[in-house]
Design a protein around this ligand. Structure first.
Ligand code: CA
Length: 379
C-alpha cells in the first residue's frame, strides 16, 4: 500500500504511528519494502481505466496436464486472467510445444518467449550457483527455503544473478520433501551402492557419484523402461504421488526416504524487459498469484503424497531409510562438493554462504519447534 492509498483508506492516529515506523505498542513496524516478494510500486498512478490487453507466452518444462506442477501453472494462468479482468493473458505452452523443455531459460533470456515455469537446478551447467536456488541435499526444508527466499535475502540474490541473464524470477512452487528413490535391490550398507547406475540429477547426483554410484540423466519417458530392463538399477523422481503414476513400484520394490531434495523450489521466470514493461497492477497480480501458486503447490504435494503412500500399502513396496553409513558418507561427500564449488565459483560461494547462515539460524528454531513437536506427537 503506498502512502497515499494508506492515508485515503482512513488516516488515524495509529496509522500515523505506523507510518512513522512504530505501532501502538511502540515496536518497530515491519518494513515490507525490504521484502521483494511483497515489493510495491512507488507509483501513485494506479489507474482504474480498463487495461490494454497483454498476452504473454510462457513455456514450461512439463508435459501438458502434468500433475501438480503442470496443472499448477495452468491454474495460475486462469487466476491471473480472472484477477486482471481478462486484461492479462498467460498462454501456457507445455514442453516441446513452443521450445524444448530445457531451452526455456535461453529462450526467455533472449526474448523469444516472455516467461517460463521450470526449476533452477536445471541450469547448473550455466552457473552452479543456480542449483542452490532449488535447495541442497541435507539443507533447508520447503518451509525454510521459502522463508529464506522471502525474508532471508534469497530472492534478492536470485534476482541479482538472473538479472545478468536478462531474467526476473518469481517463486513458482515447491515439490516439498522428496523421496530418495526406487532400488531394484535393498541397500543395506554403503557397499551396496557401489557401481549402481541411478537416475539422479543435480547436487544429489554429485553426492551419489562420490558414493560410488554412476548417476545417469534420462528423459522422464525413458526412466521406467530403463529400470524395467535393468539398464539402470535405481531412480529418484519426486515423491509418492508422482512416483506411483510412473509405475516404478512394479519394477523396483525398495523405496528409500530422501535427503537429496528436502524442498525443491520451482521458478516462474520472466524476461526482464517484459517484466519491466508491465503495469504496476499487472506486476502485483503476478506477484500475488505466484505466491499463491507456490504455497498451494507445496500443500497439494503434501495432500497427494498422503493418498499415494496409503495406496502403496497393498502394492508390496518396501519403504526404508538409507543405512547410517550411507547418510554419514553422503554428508561428507556433500561438504567436499560444497567447499570445492565455493572455491571454484564466487557466485556459488556468495549464494551458499548466505543460505548456510540462514540454515545455521533456522536449525535451532526448526529443531525446538517442529522437530520437538513431531517427536512428542509420535512418541
Ligand atoms: Ca527429484
Amino acid at each position: 500500500m503506498d502512502r497515499r492509498t494508506f492515508m485515503t483508506a482512513g488516516a488515524t492516529a495509529s496509522a500515523a504511528l505506523l507510518l512513522s515506523g512504530c505501532n501502538e505498542s511502540g515496536r518497530q513496524a515491519i518494513d515490507y519494502s525490504k521484502h521483494p516478494s511483497q515489493e510495491l510500486s512507488s507509483s501513485d498512478e494506479y489507474s482504474s481505466a480498463p487495461h490494454k490487453k497483454v498476452t504473454l507466452r510462457l513455456a514450461t518444462s512439463w508435459p501438458a496436464g502434468f500433475p501438480i506442477m503442470g496443472t499448477g501453472i495452468e491454474r495460475f494462468a486462469e487466476r491471473v486472467k480472472a484477477a486482471s479482468g481478462g486484461s492479462l493473458i498467460i498462454k501456457v505452452y507445455p514442453k516441446e510445444t513452443l521450445v524444448p523443455a530445457l531451452a526455456v531459460f535461453d529462450a526467455a533470456s533472449t526474448g523469444e518467449i516472455d516467461a517460463f515455469h521450470s526449476g533452477p537446478y536445471y541450469w547448473k551447467g550455466k552457473n552452479s550457483a543456480f542449483a542452490l536456488f532449488s535447495g541442497t541435499p541435507f539443507g533447508l526444508t520447503a518451509e525454510e527455503i521459502s522463508s529464506w527466499m522471502l525474508f532471508g535475502g534469497g530472492m534478492e540474490l536470485w534476482r541479482d544473478m538472473y538479472g545478468k541473464h536478462n531474467l526476473y524470477p518469481l517463486l513458482g512452487g515447491n515439490t516439498n520433501v522428496q523421496m530418495g528413490g526406487w532400488f531394484r535391490k535393498p541397500i543395506r550398507s554403503l557397499e551396496d551402492l557401489k557401481g549402481l547406475k541411478m537416475r539422479v540429477p543435480g547436487i544429489g547426483g554429485e553426492v551419489f557419484s562420490r558414493l560410488g554410484v554412476n548417476p545417469v540423466l534420462l528423459a522422464a519417458g525413458d526412466i521406467y523402461p530403463s529400470l524395467e530392463r535393468g539398464m539402470i538399477d535405481a531412480t529418484e523422481w519426486v515423491g509418492p504421488a508422482l512416483d506411483l503414476q510412473m509405475g516404478f513400484h512394479k519394477v523396483a520394490k525398495y523405496y528409500y526416504s530422501g535427503w537429496h531434495e528436502p524442498g525443491s523450489v520451482l521458478e516462474l521466470t520472466f524476461n526482464k524487459q517484459v517484466w519491466e514493461s508491465l503495469s504496476p497492477q499487472h506486476q502485483a497480480i503476478l506477484q500475488i498469484a505466484s505466491e499463491e501458486m507456490s504455497n498451494r503447490m507445496a500443500l497439494e504435494f503434501h495432500s497427494a503424497n498422503i493418498k499415494a503412500l496409503k495406496e502403496m500399502d497393498g502394492l508390496g513396496v518396501k519403504i526404508a531409510s538409507f543405512p547410517d553409513d550411507v547418510n554419514r558418507a553422503a554428508k561428507k561427500a556433500l561438504d567436499a562438493y560444497l567447499s570445492e564449488e565455493s572455491a571454484r565459483n564466487p557466485d556459488f560461494k556468495r549464494v551458499f554462504s548466505n543460505m548456510q547462515s540462514y540454515l545455521a539460524e533456522s536449525r535451532a528454531w526448526s529443531n525446538i519447534g517442529l522437530g520437538a513437536f513431531l517427536n512428542v506427537r509420535e512418541g
